[in-house]
Ligand binder design. Structure first.
Ligand SMILES: *Cc1c(COP(=O)(O)O)cnc(C)c1O
Length: 425
């Protein structure tokens, strides 16, 4: 059958009921499964038969959502996690161990910076940051024999830098390591990073995928395209796993080696498992993802254009603005569209920014982004508070930066709210 379009996949992929079964994805709220024979369960433990064993590792409700997201991204398999943070951790830890290092773009989510620079350092894994102004030569110089992957965000939160995916894929592949892309802000509706050479995609599903600010979650998707054996740098995938008496992931699971190892080894051991009920809620969000992204884009661009013409605004950042430095990459990678996030500076700096936020009524101050409701945040004093001044600069965040996540309400109401708040600054 011909591959469905993204709008259709959002609705139809995943749960495929048999005759007489529920039409809507059921919530299998069960930690355990029943077997006809001990022998069958033994095979499950040996990974020689497919099936569910224990919900920490897999569950039918969760599996349907994984199938849907894998299909949306065009990957061979996906694994949902309890949060986006868990997805980032597992995606890296699956192929990098103590004594090894990886390269990350510096313009990434503040929580990921902490995870990489502080917590993973304690695990003995070193991150080396590539800033947006670095040349290819300077980035190549960050690699050594122990470098295991490259990491970046399709649309960086909150700097809104668009990742030149082909460029970073080429750099990573020169060193025989994969490119891992956090596609949270773009979603597969705006960009499918695998089409440009990315090897692994992750998401915080907490954001647009759920889209209603209801459940925290994450996902890792495997393209199946990276050749681990040919690379020669990943013995954890190409030699026997002692915790599974001899399983060799590349030999036994082919192009699903990476995602299989992430599940049966890391999810088994670290237990950052999503709950079936949470995945049911995520699935409801996914059904309308394509529809919502269109409106987020339209409303976000309208807000950006309005702010651009306002005398009290010093600068506006949204990749879909024709004046934006990211505009060309936006045309290439995002179909000329963007998500609903707009960042800008209010003239008068930090104090003016705070006053503006306090006078908004429809747009509320919340520590969230990318859901149906318009909301606003000052990253330098909140989400990115732990970052040093230099890390803030590297992440593209000034003290006056306001991040507005434009929702899917009527645009006239959103603009009226902004106009009213600006009048009081
Ligand atoms: C929020 C976010 C994360 C972390 O996800 P959680 O679900 O909050 O753990 C990772 N990456 C990006 C781009 C994010 O916006």
């Amino acid at each position: 059958m011909k591959e469905f379009h993204v709008e259709t996949k959002c609705i139809q992929e995943g749960w495929k009921p048999e005759n007489g079964e529920p039409r809507v994805l059921p919530i299998y709220q069960s930690t355990t499964y029943k077997y006809d024979s001990g022998e069958h369960l033994g095979k499950l433990f040996d990974l020689s038969a497919p099936g569910h064993m224990y919900t920490r590792i897999s569950n039918p409700t969760v599996a349907c959502v994984e199938e849907k997201i894998a299909s949306l991204e065009g990957g061979v398999g996906a694994m949902c996690t309890s949060s986006g943070q868990a997805a980032s951790l597992l995606a890296v830890f699956n192929i990098a161990s103590a004594g090894e290092n990886f390269i990350s773009c510096s313009t990434i989510y503040g929580g990921t910076v902490n995870l990489f620079a502080v917590t993973m350092k304690r695990m003995g894994i070193e991150v080396r940051f590539a800033t947006p102004d670095m040349t290819d030569e300077e980035i190549h110089a960050l690699f050594d024999e122990k470098t295991r992957l490259v990491f970046g965000e399709t649309i960086a939160n909150p700097a809104l830098e668009v990742l030149d995916i082909e460029r970073f894929a080429a750099i990573a592949h020169t060193h025989n390591v994969p490119l891992v892309v956090d596609n949270t802000f773009a979603t597969p509706v705006l960009c499918r990073p695998f089409a440009y050479g990315a090897d692994i995609v992750i998401h915080s599903t907490t954001k647009y995928m759920d889209g209603h600010a209801s459940v925290v979650g994450g996902v890792i998707v495997d393209s199946g395209a990276f050749d681990w054996e040919k690379s020669g740098k990943f013995p954890e995938l190409t030699t026997p796993d002692e915790s599974y008496h001899g399983v060799v992931y590349t030999r036994d699971f082919g192009n699903a080696a990476y995602i299989t190892k992430a599940r049966v080894q890391l999810m088994r051991d670290l237990g950052t498992t999503p709950q079936p009920l949470a995945m049911y809620i995520l699935n409801l969000g996914l059904e309308t993802l394509a529809l919502r992204m269109e409106r987020h884009f339209e409303n976000g661009l309208a807000v950006a254009k309005y702010l651009e013409g306002h005398e009290k605004i010093s600068w506006v950042n949204n990749p879909a603005l024709s004046s934006n430095t990211q505009y060309e990459k936006c045309q290439k990678y995002l179909k000329g569209k963007s998500c609903g996030v707009v960042s800008f500076g209010v003239k008068g700096g930090r104090d003016a920014a705070m006053r503006f936020m306090d006078h908004l009524q429809l747009a509320q101050i919340v520590v969230h982004v990318a859901d149906a409701r318009t909301c606003v945040l000052h990253p330098a004093s909140t989400t990115h508070r732990q970052l040093t001044d230099q890390q803030l600069v590297d992440a593209g965040i000034g003290p006056d930066l306001i991040r507005m996540s434009v929702g899917i309400e009527n645009i006239d109401d959103i603009l009226a709210d902004i106009e009213n708040a600006l009048a009081q600054v």
